[in-house]
Write a protein that binds this ligand. Sequence first.
Ligand code: CTP
Length: 405
Amino acid sequence: MGFVALGVTGSVSAYKAVEVVRGLQKNGHGVVVIMTASAQRFVGPLTFEAITGRDVITDQFASGLNSSVEHVSMATAIDALVVAPATANVIGKFANGIADDFLTSLHLVTRAPILMAPAMNSNMWAHIAVVRNLAILREGGVRFVEPETGELACGWTGPGRLAEPDRIVEAVEEAMRPAGSLIGRCILITAGPTYEDLDPVRYLGNRSTGRMGLALAREAARRGARVIFISGPIGLDLPQGIEIVKVRSASDMHSAVMAQKAEADAMILAAAVADYTPMDGPRSEKMSKFEETLALTFVRTPDILGDLGRWRGGREKPVLVGFAAETEEVVARARAKLSSKQADLIVANDVSRPDAGFAVETNAVTLVTAESETEVPLQAKREVARVILDRVGLLLTTRATVNAG
Ligand code: CTP
């Protein structure tokens, strides 16, 4: 369900990281492995590549990796940064803000929880420099899986042996455990475009990719909610641990949402639903070209959010959140939608900006309620999802009433 970056550094116990990867995968997490130069002297990247099914990052500036900015995009995508085994060297670099390779750069950029499992000689572990570095990192919120005491690879006996992989995996789970704010809640999210079929080979679609909806689903699941994710055709990897309903047309999406509406405590409609569909449905035969112009007649699709607003009437639940993709008068139009659809919150999206809206990883929105307008500046969709869910959480606890518009 989560996405973990696992840093492997240069210790004899680097081979044990393989078991950490397996344990995380068994729990349903995706793992990307980052190896420092010295780690590669102990284990080959191919081992990790084979078990993760992903490229192993071995070099900050490798071509094809989007080189120097890859650590920035990864930093916002991960749910945890784990370093196992962590040498005295990487602990020293993290503690002092040194960023001379991919792993240490990622450490400075990410805001995901960080967990380190140290492995080193007992005297190194007890050295004042290491003790000091550990204290600095602990103070900054880094968690540690303490090394075990036993026989070390160097022949000594004492503390410094890498913790068993099971313990490390357990600690990662703990670090990623949601704050729990949405435990016991069910959140229904729609995402992606809808496709209105014209004939057996053609359809009317739109540029939505489902990224914003997926970011919301991941974050809601991370906070402990049961998530029902109703999605039009999208090409994204979907996480485990959420309930996925795949649909194609606006009418399919309408039926899927209506079938589950009684389950949800909150509904966030992030899908870009087609407003029109061909009258009489798709043609059964492929349309051939023979005229110079083509005229098709379309009819309105059902308005899912509007129908939900009417169905809810004056009740307090579920909380209803809509999106408004606008190119001008963004807030005024969002406010009009808020009242016409009887929603509690409209997330207004200025899609005229090249860095926000469709097919990009970032978004800038304004949260519009009956009483307030809150600007959420440009940031990763994942961060925007956090802000939206904070607000939904608040609406859930204050048992939002339907606004009169
Ligand atoms: N929506 C819906 N069902 C539809 C169309 C839209 O539930 N048939 C939802 C979208 O998921 C979104 C909100 O309603 O949450 C967008 O509102 P809508 O009025 O459709 O906006 P646009 O089509 O973007 O704008 P306009 O009405 O100005 O064309």
